[in-house]
Structures are given as structure tokens and as C-alpha cells.
Design a protein around this ligand. Structure first.
Ligand code: F6R
Length: 584
């Protein structure tokens, strides 16, 4: 969803921007680029593909200057080509811009500018914005930026430079944007983590706020161009945020981090959450509604199971669907938003909608200063540590644990001993490599389970498809014979998950149905139950009803990872995806 950064000050600007770009690469890696002001001129450097390509291209180039902006792109408008790569220049070459977000009314503005004789080299919405600034450039630069961006609809975090001075101008709506003072100047970024090690605090731009950043100061403005006092926050990294890794990929590191992340989340909740306050806050609640996207939505489905088990009627929705479904929002419902990043556009929009209706909300998030945390009434934190790999792993396990603890707190049920046992006992299982061959030798892969194992199937299927590009799907066991069984043949691998004793015989029936159609079955189970003929059984440690969804997914996360590596892909950076989905 694009990451932007910038720097004004002393030092090697090229190296400073490259370092920050690498930190932001999780936000998109279709292309990257930077614009640097030197000798009253803006020079632009761009490259298609990962940051390392830009890095290589700039290796032997001396670039002076003390003011620059940079961008790593996840393509929305226009293909991943050099022309569409940011930064973009205005027609007169005076303005350069980088953008995270989507401008919804860019076509009408583009037509207006075309009629005035402006030329466009790219298909992006961003190039329209930089020319709109040029078109408004008859006042001071910050006023030109304000009056141009006031005409925009959609989301944006913009960093803008002008060839006349070493200043970065910022504008923000919806997409995140931060500013920090460092020992040698000022940095701007889409993500606080780029400030780790060079600043202890930073400023957070709010929607429709602006900033003018020089090497000596950062001045903030509202839409009327009046100076305002910005919100400041601490820049803290957690003990799990260590970026240097021994493993070949972040995804493997993050899977290995799971026991530590679960322990950290449990202890953090224990030490920071006021249980009486939560119960008081939830008084009068008749229903719970959970909202999230992708893996976070799956964690929400696990959470719905925990909440139903303690007697709270719970629904769970995909945020992009909830957003336009005209659901009745009421004050007796508690809305829980689950999001690793706390920046996902659809989840944020739902949270804002619920806040506007003055209903009660909680966010389960992994990023302390995330946008969603500022919208909801209560933050119920996970402290999984920074997740870099695009495919979410440890955050999911921690979100499920957070839901379990929240459900227990709401109904005053003791959870400490069970959590302590999980943390003490659990270790990541050794991966059985023969599973990779089974996947590779199949034409189709299905995941089958029942009850909350279906959620694990859905999450396992999402992991496998996003990093191996294998077309797979998850299905509830009872639904097999209502259609999907038609696809099962001797080239089909069915991964069956069963942790639920009361429906083990039903799963055994599914297995018979698959085997009768010559499908291959690999069974992941915690149970000592005779399921009949299967091709392989992976026996898992059981946490009796409470934590099985948290632990059963781990070997399936490993399966996706090792298959991806075996197929020669980079599991950390799946094609077409990005870590933080800050556009609709
Ligand atoms: C899949 C994955 C995504 C995210 C989704 C929501 O592995 O990572 O499906 O779960 O984009 O992101 P957050 O949790 O940041 O709201």
C-alpha cells in the first residue's frame, strides 16, 4: 500500500533514504524511487521491483543534497512500470511528490488539468496531485499544497518537495504519516519503526493536517493554514522487534517467535488491562460484533467461538462487506475490531462508522500507535512484535489468545493457569518435509474440517495460496458432498484437521468419502480416534478445546512456508500483495 519517507538535514541522504525504504518495503515492493534536491534542482531516481534494485542502481552514484523524499510502491493506479514509479514531478519540474493512498476523484481533476494543457507521463493518480499543486502555486508553497489537497477526495499521505528550498511539505488524510527530530535533522515516514534508534519521540499527523519540515524545525498547520500544536508520542520498539535474523526469511523467524509472542501478549495484557474497567465498559452488552480482514478476520472467527462459548452471542464480519451492508448499529452491541497493523482501510472505516454512532468499541491490535487505536474506546493489545513477512503468522496466534483472554475477562472466568500452562509447555513442532512433496504432487489441494477447525482450514488455505500461488480452498466437512466432492480424484490432496472430539466420527465419514474417490488424505489431529484409512497422520499436542485453534495452525503455517521455499519463491514478499492494506 506504499510507504513514504523523507529526510532534511546533514548526512548521506541517499543512504538514509535507502535504509528507511528497506524498513518500509513490507508496504509494497512493485517499484521504488527517491527525489533529492541539489543545486536548486530535483533529481529523481527510480527502479522497478524490490528496493535492492534501486540500491544497486545507486551504488556508484554520488548524490549530494540535504533534502529528499522516497517511496516504495504497491501498484493501485497503473502497472508496476518505471513511468508509474514515484516520485512524480510536476510539468514545470519544480515540485516532486510521493504518495500513499488513493485519490478517488483523480480522473475529473486530470481532465481539468489536461484542458489547461498539462501533460501526464504516468497512469497514476499521484501525478495528477503534483500538477494540481503546480496549478495552485500562486501563494506560499504550504498554501499551494493546502489549497490543492483540499480539492482531493480519497486517502493520502503526501510528502512534497519544491526545487527552491530544502523543505518537505506534508499532507495527510486517512493514510498514516509521522515526523521525528533526529540528531542531524528531521525524518518523515509512513511508519514509526523507521525512527527506532534515531529518535525517542515523534509527531503524528492527524487527518487534514499539514506540516512544513526543514532541517531545524517542523511546523504544523490545519486546513486554514493556521499553526497548530501536533500530537506527540513515544518511539518505542519492543524486545521482539529485533530486525536482524538468523533464519533465511522473516516468515520463518516469525513462526519461531510464536511461543515468545504468546507469552509477551499474555503478560502484557495481565499487566496493563484493568479487568474491572473492561467489565464495567461491557455492562449492558447483549451482543458482540467482530470485524476484520484476511487473517485478522479468521482470528475474529476464532474469537467469536470463544465469546459464544462464554455465552455472548457473537457475529463476525469481513470489514469490506460490513462497510456497505447497512447493518443496524446499536448501543447494546460491542464492536471489536481486529487488525495486526491497525491501519487496514476497510477496518478503520468500520471503526470510524461505529464511533460516529457513539457505540462501544474495542481494538485488538499489534501496533501501539496505529490509527485504529485512536478511534476505539479501548485497546486490547497483542505484543507479537513487528511482523515483517507479508503473510501474517505470529500476530494471528496472539490475536486468538487475546480473544480468549477478553472472553474470560468479560465473564469473570479464570484464564491465568491455562495461559501459563500453554506458555510453559508449547514449543514449535519439527516440520515433516514429506508434506511438501505431497502438496507438490497434487493438482488440487483442499482443507477440510468442522466446527472451529474450519477456521483453521481457512487460515491454512489462505497462507498456502498467498505464498505458493497454489489454488486451494477450505471447506466445512459437512459441505463436501454438497458440491466440492465432484472435484476429488486421484490428483487431489485433502488436508483434514480434527481437534473436536464430538464430531470426530463425522470427520471420519468425510475421510471415507474422499478415499472412496481416490483422493489423498493427510490428517492433522490432536485426537486418539480411529479415523479409518488415511495417507498420513500428523499427531498434534492437544490443548483441550481452549487453545487448539492457536496451536493447530502452526504446522500449517510451516507447511505454507516450506512449500513456498521449495518452489523457489520468496515467502516474505508474495507477488501482488503488501503487508499493510491502507487503501480500500
Ligand atoms: C494474510 C494477511 C492479510 C492480513 C489482512 C489484514 O496473511 O496478512 O490477510 O491479515 O490484510 O491486515 P491487518 O491485520 O493489519 O488489518
Amino acid at each position: 500500500m506504499c510507504g513514504i519517507c523523507g529526510f532534511v538535514g546533514t548526512g548521506n541522504i541517499k543512504e538514509i533514504l535507502l535504509k528507511d525504504l528497506y524498513q518500509l518495503e513490507y508496504r509494497g515492493y512493485d517499484s521504488s524511487g527517491m527525489a533529492i534536491r541539489n543545486n536548486h534542482k530535483i533529481s529523481v531516481f527510480k527502479s522497478v521491483g524490490e528496493i535492492s534494485y534501486l540500491d544497486k542502481q545507486l551504488k556508484n552514484i554520488e548524490i549530494g543534497g540535504s533534502c529528499g523524499i522516497a517511496h516504495t510502491r504497491w501498484a493501485t493506479h497503473g502497472k508496476a512500470t518505471l513511468e508509474n514509479c514515484h516520485p512524480h514531478l510536476s510539468n514545470n519540474g519544480k515540485w516532486a511528490i510521493v504518495h500513499n493512498g488513493i485519490i478517488e476523484n483523480y480522473l475529473s481533476i486530470k481532465n481539468m488539468l489536461l484542458a489547461k494543457g498539462y501533460k501526464f507521463l504516468s497512469q497514476t493518480d499521484t501525478e495528477v496531485v503534483v500538477n494540481l499543486i503546480q496549478d495552485n502555486d500562486n501563494v506560499s508553497p504550504i498554501r499551494a499544497v493546502i489549497s490543492a489537497t483540499k480539492k482531493l477526495q480519497g486517502s493520502f499521505a503526501l510528502a512534497i518537495m519544491n526545487s527552491e528550498r530544502d523543505v518537505i511539505y506534508l499532507a495527510k488524510r486517512t493514510s498514516p504519516l509521522y515526523v521525528a527530530k533526529t540528531s542531524n535533522g528531521y525524518k518523515i515516514s509512513s511508519d514509526i519503526s523507521t525512527f527506532f534508534g534515531c529518535s525517542n519521540s515523534c509527531f503524528i499527523l492527524q487527518d487534514d493536517q499539514y506540516a512544513m519540515v526543514t532541517s531545524k524545525s517542523a511546523t504544523f498547520f490545519n486546513q486554514n493554514g493556521e499553526k497548530i500544536k501536533p500530537i506527540e508520542c513515544d518511539v518505542k520498539s519492543s524486545s521482539l522487534d529485533n530486525m536482524t535474523i538468523k533464519e533465511p526469511h522473516y516468515m520463518l523467524k516469525e513462526i519461531k517467535d510464536i511461543p515468545m509472542a504468546l507469552s509477551s501478549t499474555y503478560r502484557h495484557i495481565m499487566s496493563t488491562i484493568d479487568e474491572d474497567k473492561i467489565r464495567k465498559f461491557c455492562k449492558g452488552i447483549k451482543k458482540v460484533c467482530i470485524i476484520g480482514c484476511g487473517t485478522a478476520y479468521h482470528a475474529g472467527l476464532v474469537g467469536a467461538n470463544y465469546l459464544e462459548k462464554v455465552g455472548l452471542h457473537t457475529d463476525c464480519y469481513v470489514a469490506s462487506e460490513f462497510r456497505y451492508a447497512n447493518h443496524k448499529i446499536d448501543k447494546q452491541t460491542l464492536y471489536i475490531f481486529v487488525s495486526q497493523s491497525g491501519e487496514t482501510a476497510d477496518t478503520l472505516a468500520c471503526a470510524q462508522y461505529v464511533r460516529d454512532k457513539k457505540c462501544k468499541s474495542i481494538a485488538i491490535t499489534n501496533v501501539v500507535h496505529s490509527s485504529i487505536n485512536k478511534i476505539v474506546n479501548i485497546v486490547f493489545p497483542t505484543t507479537a512484535g513487528k511482523e515483517i513477512a507479508v503473510a501474517s503468522t505470529k500476530a494471528y496466534n496472539c490475536q486468538c489468545l487475546a480473544f480468549y483472554i477478553l472472553a474470560c475477562i468479560m465473564k469473570k472466568i479464570k484464564y491465568q493457569a491455562k495461559c501459563e500452562k500453554l506458555i510453559k509447555d508449547y514449543s514449535i513442532p519439527k516440520f515433516d518435509n514429506s508434506l511438501v512433496s505431497a502438496i507438490k504432487n497434487s493438482e488440487k489441494v483442499f482443507f477440510v474440517g468442522r466446527d472451529w477447525d474450519v477456521v483453521t482450514c481457512n487460515e491454512a488455505s489462505l497462507k498456502l495460496k498467498e505464498i505458493t500461488y497454489i489454488n486451494c480452498m477450505a471447506i466445512a466437512g459437512g459441505e463436501l458432498k454438497h458440491g466440492t466432492l465432484a472435484l476429488v480424484d486421484d490428483k487431489t490432496l485433502v488436508i483434514v484437521i480434527c481437534t473436536r472430539e464430538h464430531i470426530a466420527d463425522k470427520i471420519a465419514n468425510c475421510i471415507h468419502e474422499i478415499k472412496s474417490r481416490r483422493g489423498k488424505v493427510i490428517l492433522f489431529t490432536t485426537l486418539d480416534f480411529d479415523f479409518g484409512e488415511v495417507d498420513k497422520i500428523i499427531k498434534l499436542k492437544s490443548y483441550k478445546n481452549d487453545f487448539d485453534p492457536i496451536t493447530t495452525i502452526i504446522p500449517l503455517q510451516q507447511l505454507a512456508y516450506y512449500t513456498s521455499v521449495d518452489l523457489g519463491y520468496n515467502p516474505d514478499k508474495p507477488r501482488n500483495l503488501a503487508k499493510s492494506v491502507t487503501v480500500e
